[in-house]
Design a protein around this ligand. Sequence first.
Ligand SMILES: [Fe+2]
Length: 214
Amino acid sequence: MSDKIQQPWFKLGIDCSNAYRPGFERYFDYKSTKFDVWVVEKSDPKFYACLRKSWVDSIESKFGLELDYFLLFYRAPHFQCPTAHIDGSDQGIAYRDYGTGFYTFGVNFVTDADDNTEMLWYNKTRKDDGIVLNRNLSAEVNYKEWLMSDIQDLLIDRKVIGTELTLVDTTRAHNIFMRDKPRWGFTLRFKLNSLDLSTWERAVEYFKPHIKYD
Ligand SMILES: [Fe+2]
């Protein structure tokens, strides 16, 4: 396994500044919360009220995959989640089960052109003991979590996601380091059908033709 594969993020060279429709926030009840996650299925009218169809079409044809849904994450300025997590837990699935109960990657962007928040990854996987908290989020996602104070020494990498589409590892514990602005983050999830992307390495291999190396 090469060092490149172990890296938990890869830039895909696709600009997302026009991917979303300004004002999409109005469809989500975020004003009284510091952190929430919503899921929007492709069949939901909100899907194309938030994302531009022309952009979605271009992404689908580029990757040869059909979009299934997106997750939308809101964090208030300076909100620091006390835990890092992996998507999915021992007691349930990460929103939708593709056969493994875990989703191994996200295809992400943030709406703020001047995004200076960072995604952080830690060396904990689903095999490691963690905690399962009831987060009461809008989307029925569930997570296996670790207190940040317990894993500080296990940091693998940190990266600003920004408006460039980025493939991110969701098999290792991750969190967001917030700064002084709100953060709206989209995660695209695709229909995988019989495609086996059940490990981070397989996901990286699939997206390799689109990865932009510095
Ligand atoms: Fe996650």
